[in-house]
Ligand binder design. Structure first.
Ligand code: CP
Ligand code: NVA
Length: 317
């Protein structure tokens, strides 16, 4: 016998059913809503108060690349919210090889309430998302890493109490992490400068998108200029997943962009250091900086959990 539906349902979340592929699908107000929710969810978790609004819901996590933070924080986050997460390794679905991203999305949506995907080509993610009528979350593509940027914003807001006009210097490769940080800053009023070697700046299309959303980042090839007076100094690996063949060549090119104590000494007195991790000590950052008193990299990693729980709750609510 089919049970009767219960009378009163909570009102749907304003982000119900939406995707998160780039962060640019959200308005500034919606971005703040996700961060506010993340702080509430973090407080409940820290107080050990159970909060299980996603009981009975399942998240598929499709990985085409390796991961520590993304895999563990999504899986644990779903569990803490009362739901379940399913890890699908690169050997299983083999998206784009064994079947098309569109067929993958279509089929998963018949079993699953939301899909998180970590892949190479961002277009695969778009194809999967347009075929799947459930929320699709980008867990990193070659062009975007929106969940990382949400955790970055949360960490900065917790540190300084605001994001408005906080000066952020991103030093290094204009990659997926830099792109999502660019969009995140445009949406929240943080002031971003990106220092990068010639030909390794952020994609022009992302810069234009940021301009439309709020503000384009300042770009320079001079790391000292970027870090001067900054309250956040951020870097990432010089060769991202999929660029391993270029790693040696990049080491030469990026050497002047290492975040070390000398560079950090140009930042504001209360400046913090951020890195999405995994990090290569002695390359993009010295051990002295990443393991030093200004580093917030493990708070930042922890905030992936809280920010993503808020996102899952709002997209599935
Ligand atoms: N920062 C981040 O996404 O880490 P993982 O690659 O370990 O998931
Ligand atoms: N830019 C890095 C981020 C890893 C979390 C990469 O794509 O490998």
């Amino acid at each position: 016998m089919i049970p009767q539906l219960e009378g009163s349902q909570p009102p749907p979340s304003p982000l119900s059913g939406r995707d998160c592929l780039t962060l640019a699908e959200f308005t500034p107000e919606e971005t703040v809503l996700i961060l506010d929710e993340a702080i509430k969810i973090k407080t409940l978790q820290k107080s050990r108060i159970p909060y299980r609004p996603l009981r009975g819901q399942t998240l598929a996590m499709v990985f085409q690349k390796p991961s520590n933070r993304t895999r563990v924080s999504f899986e644990v986050g779903m569990y803490q919210l009362g739901g379940h997460a399913l890890h699908i390794s690169p050997d299983e679905i083999q998206m784009g090889k064994r079947e098309t991203p569109s067929d993958t999305g279509n089929v998963l949506a018949r079993y699953i309430d939301a899909i998180m995907v970590r892949t190479f080509d961002h277009q695969e993610l778009e194809e999967l998302a347009s075929a799947a009528d459930v929320p699709v979350i980008n867990g990193l593509s070659d062009t975007h890493h929106p969940c990382q940027a949400l955790a970055d914003l949360l960490t900065i807001r917790e540190e300084f109490g605001t994001l408005e006009e906080v000066k952020i210097a991103y030093v290094g490769d204009g990659n997926n992490v830099a792109h999502s940080l660019t969009i995140a800053c445009a949406l929240t009023g943080a002031e971003l400068t990106i220092a990068h070697p010639e030909k390794h700046g952020p994609d022009q299309k992302i810069v234009q998108l940021a301009e439309k959303l709020g503000a384009a980042p300042t770009r320079t090839e001079d790391p000292q200029e970027a870090v001067n007076g900054a309250r956040v100094v951020y870097t990432d690996v010089w060769a991202s997943m999929g660029q391993e063949a270029e790693a040696e060549e990049r080491k030469q090119k990026f050497a002047p962009y290492q975040v070390n104590s000398e560079l950090m000494s140009l930042a504001a007195e209360d400046a913090i250091f951020l890195h999405c991790l995994p990090a290569h000590r002695g390359e993009e950052v010295t051990a002295e900086v990443i393991d030093g008193p200004r580093s917030r990299v493990f708070d930042q990693a922890e905030n992936r959990l809280h920010a993503q729980k808020a996102l899952l709750y709002l997209l599935l609510g």
